[in-house]
Ligand binder design. Structure first.
Ligand SMILES: [Zn+2]
Ligand SMILES: [Zn+2]
Length: 177
C-alpha cells in the first residue's frame, strides 16, 4: 500500500474549509478523498473532529513552509500518538485482500489516521520540504511537492500564472519608463 498517497487527505482537508460547514459538505469531501464507504455513519462529532484536525494540520504545513523541520516532526509525532495505526486486512466491494490503516473509531478518526500516517511517510521518505503552502498571496492553500527538483511553490497552475503576472507588473513598475 502506498502510504504517501494518504498525505493527499491532509491537503484535501486543509483546502476544503467550505466543505466543513455541514454534513452534506462533509459527505462530498469524503467522496472526493475516496474515504466514503456507503452505509458509514457520519455525525456532527466527525465534523467537529475534522475541523480540529484541519487546524492542527495547518500548523504542520506552516512550520514546514517556514523551514522549521523539528517543529514539523514534533507535531507529527504527537499526532501519530493521538491517531495510532491499527492495521487490519480487509476485503470488500469485490476488491482483493488489502490493508486498512485502522477499522475502529469514527469516520473522522479513520480519516485522521490516514492523513497523519501519509504525512509522516512522505516526510520521512522525501523530506519535510515537500509540504508547502501556496505563495500566491492570499491563497495559502496546501500542496505536496512531488516534483523531482523540489521547485513547486504554488498550489495550482492558476496561482502560478497569477503570481507571474503580478511579478511582471511589479518589475515594469520598478523599472520606470
Ligand atoms: Zn478498503
Ligand atoms: Zn494557490
Amino acid at each position: 500500500m502506498d502510504l504517501t498517497s494518504y498525505a493527499e487527505l491532509a491537503v484535501l482537508l486543509i483546502n476544503s474549509p467550505d466543505r466543513l460547514t455541514g454534513l452534506d459538505g462533509l459527505h462530498a469531501l469524503l467522496r472526493e478523498g475516496r474515504r466514503y464507504r456507503p452505509g458509514c455513519r457520519i455525525t456532527r462529532s466527525d465534523l467537529e473532529a475534522l475541523r480540529d484536525l484541519r487546524e492542527e494540520l495547518i500548523v504542520v504545513f506552516e512550520a514546514a513552509a517556514g523551514g522549521e523541520e523539528q517543529a514539523v516532526v514534533d507535531r507529527l509525532n504527537s499526532l501519530l500518538i493521538q491517531h495510532p495505526v491499527q492495521p487490519q486486512i480487509s476485503g470488500h466491494d469485490g476488491e482483493r485482500w488489502h490493508m486498512h490503516l485502522t477499522e475502529g473509531g469514527r469516520m473522522a478518526d479513520q480519516y485522521a489516521v490516514g492523513a497523519v500516517m501519509g504525512l509522516a511517510t512522505l516526510v520521512t521518505d522525501l523530506g519535510v520540504n515537500r509540504l508547502g503552502l501556496c505563495r500566491a498571496v492570499p491563497c495559502r492553500r496546501a500542496y505536496l511537492d512531488t516534483s523531482s527538483n523540489r521547485s513547486r511553490r504554488y498550489c495550482s497552475e492558476r496561482c502560478a500564472s497569477r503570481a507571474n503576472v503580478a511579478a511582471y507588473r511589479a518589475r515594469r513598475k520598478g523599472g520606470g519608463q
